[in-house]
Design a protein around this ligand. Structure first.
Ligand SMILES: Cc1cc2nc3c(=O)[nH]c(=O)nc-3n(C[C@H](O)[C@H](O)[C@H](O)COP(=O)(O)OP(=O)(O)OC[C@H]3O[C@@H](n4cnc5c(N)ncnc54)[C@H](O)[C@@H]3O)c2cc1C
Length: 325
């Protein structure tokens, strides 16, 4: 394990200056970063603890129905906060689905979004596409738990359960960068292109930091549904997860996890047909099939497409797609 120093800034400008230096990396609870350092997957010279920054641990529910979740909010808080789960129950369910109570107590929102991908080749130090090699080792190897999106050079999946719920809630990620620059981006954009970039999984530029996640007022309430299918009953990553919401205005949003290197939003045309309601079982099955039309499973993970279709069918029923409610 390489030696590194620990820095805990208490102001954002101080943190941004520290993160802008080569070899520096943000750390939240350290539940993913420290094992990555230990395994030699990540090499750095300094960790910058971002949990003491002003507002980092604040969870603010605004009167208009929107919310701001500081990047340092613990996953256990997301899972247990009564006000949050009343507005966004599927986000609380997704946070509760993460790992174990100990991991949820240490793990932060920013760290959950920023955690590295789960792939036994990548984490095992194999020279794969993301580890300095030329091609994905899983493609011709063991890939039962890998992604089902064909047009990528890395077939790993991103493990964040929370990101899937946030994608279906149309959340925005608030980002601060060198010199105090601020920007926001939709959750899925945070992972855009990750499957074909050999160097990183997030679209954060050097020195950028996630400061918060913003939930729009329109996403509060309505019907919300979360499901995570795992290889075993607990303490496991998703084979497939699904977050689905029918907003109070009747529109529908659905996202899947376990499909690729980020949450995967299903086609808007499918969401619109689900929103129109009045579906019988055959139409629900046809829509679930259509939602997965563009996926390209590998040789030994085609079963994931079937699981995804099954969870999508259950989500459509949970949103009341049959009776058009
Ligand atoms: C056994 C096990 C089971 C697990 N099961 C699940 C699961 O089922 N579902 C799931 O979603 N996760 C799961 N995880 C992952 C776990 O949730 C993550 O380890 C945790 O969420 C990371 O949070 P952290 O604060 O500890 O992140 P850290 O380890 O501190 O950081 C993780 C990464 O995010 C970056 N980062 C941290 N904060 C920020 C920020 N504010 N801005 C930008 N980048 C940042 C770090 O630089 C690092 O690269 C599991 C982990 C283990 C070990």
């Amino acid at each position: 394990m390489t030696r590194f120093t620990y820095h805990r800034p208490t102001t954002l400008p101080e943190a941004l200056v520290a993160l802008d230096e080569p070899g520096s990396r943000a750390i939240g609870g350290g539940t993913d970063l420290l094992p990555c350092i230990e395994d030699g997957v990540v090499r750095l010279t300094r960790v910058v603890d971002v949990r003491a920054l002003p507002g980092a641990a604040d969870l603010t529910l605004h009167a208009d129905g929107s919310a701001r979740l500081g990047a340092g909010v613990r996953l256990s808080t997301l899972a247990e906060h009564a006000g949050l789960s009343a507005r966004y129950p599927m986000l609380a369910d997704a946070a509760l689905a993460v790992g174990t109570p100990a991991l949820r107590n240490m793990g932060t929102l920013g760290g959950n979004l920023g955690q590295r991908m789960r792939c036994w080749y990548f984490r095992g130090g194999v020279a794969c596409f993301k580890n300095g090699g030329e091609r994905c080792a899983a493609y011709a190897g063991e890939h039962e738990y890998h992604g089902i999106l064909g047009d990528v050079s890395c077939h790993a999946v991103h493990p964040s359960d929370v990101a899937v719920a946030l994608e279906a809630l149309d959340a925005q990620v608030e980002i601060a960068g060198p010199g105090g620059a601020r920007r926001t981006c939709p959750v899925a954009e945070l992972y855009a292109g990750a499957g074909n970039d050999p160097h990183k999984e997030l679209t954060l530029a050097g020195g950028e930091l996630i400061t918060a996640v913003l939930l729009p007022a329109e996403a509060a309430g309505g019907a919300q549904h979360w499901e995570k299918v795992m290889q075993r009953g607990a303490w496991d990553f998703a084979l497939i997860s699904c977050a689905a919401a029918r907003r109070t205005d009747g529109t529908v949003r659905m996202a899947l996890g376990g499909v690729g290197l980020g949450p995967w939003r299903i086609a808007h045309s499918v969401e619109e047909d689900v929103a129109s309601g009045g579906l019988d079982e055959d139409s629900i099955a046809a829509l679930a099939e259509r939602a997965m039309y563009d996926t390209v499973p590998l040789e030994r993970n085609g079963y994931k497409v079937w699981i995804a279709q099954a969870v999508l069918r259950r989500a459509m029923r949970a949103l009341g797609a049959q009776d058009g409610a």
